[in-house]
Design a protein around this ligand. Sequence first.
Ligand code: ACO
Length: 331
Amino acid sequence: MKRSVIVGVGRYLPKRVVTNFDLEKMMDTSDAWIRERTGIVERRFAEGEETTSYMGAEASKKALNMAGMKAEDIDFIILATLSPDYFFPGSGCLMQDHLGIPGIGALDVRNQCTGFVYGLAVADQFIKTGMYKNILVVGSEVQSNGLNLSTQGRDVAVIFGDGAGAVVVSAANDNNKGILTSILHADGKHHKELWGKNPGSSSRPFVSHEMIEEGSIYPHMNGKSVFKHAITRFPAVIREALESTGYTTKDVDLVIPHQANERITEAVQIRLELPREKVYRNIHKYGNTTAASIPIALSEALEEGLIKEGSLVCLAAFGSGFTWAASLVRW
Ligand code: ACO
């Protein structure tokens, strides 16, 4: 049977660094509050040409470089984002244009924090059926210009940042490596716990002055509910991925969780009884980059030598929807 193997990984982070002290100048918050509640020290905010599709393309070029491939070798694009350049068309189409590879299919995945893991699962299935051989799976987000950067929006605004990460997934006949399983879950009854309500087609009119005045154009989060669900769903989906392939937490070399919040990551690590060094973190540098956080972290973990040939790596995410998902990969 064909296996889907990650052969290239890349990332792009905007140049502008925004520290907690910079946020102190925009809203009533403090470096101490943000560090203690989230573990975040700084994040990146996109500027100028740094759109979701542009950053996704830049991360893709690095992933292609690592894979020793040209953009022309790719036969399908999957882009996960909650912050597309436009309401439509999908940013996957724009990213394809940036990469200069017209004609190949481009699919946007709108699954927020789990979007990259969902996208990887879709790529895995296309490869296993033989439909495609080399697929780009990308997570890219420009969230900064959609945040309420005043005291009113501080609970959400201090958490999120911008960035992009990409992988090249290729078909291989090697049974010893690649994506071993993907587990995907959702429970839509919680959709109001973490959402961007407006503008949207459920509102009539689609957009209004009232939406801007009441602040419903900004993301809203029930922080306590998100925390409570995240710390149970994350460990559950990681265990499910391991058990379905005959492994236990003792077999894992590295868990790369979606970088939601350092306190969530710490709770997950403790609940799984894993040593700290087996659960990757870089949220202090970039904040929560939603669909981009896992491929960015994967790219850095590889550079730091934390993943080697044969390593068992678990990618896992929880987020808006609610959705939660995991992918188990033998490197
Ligand atoms: N700076 C200073 N004070 C703030 C800020 C801020 N940025 N944001 C909120 N506060 C205030 C609140 O207004 C509140 O003030 P009050 O007591 O006068 O009413 C006080 O801080 C405490 O607020 P709480 O909401 O009770 O703070 P809590 O300890 O619950 O922490 C937090 C809030 C960090 C959001 C927490 O609920 C949490 O960690 N939730 C998880 C949510 C999360 O991290 N999501 C990540 C994104 S979603 C995802 O990726 C899955």
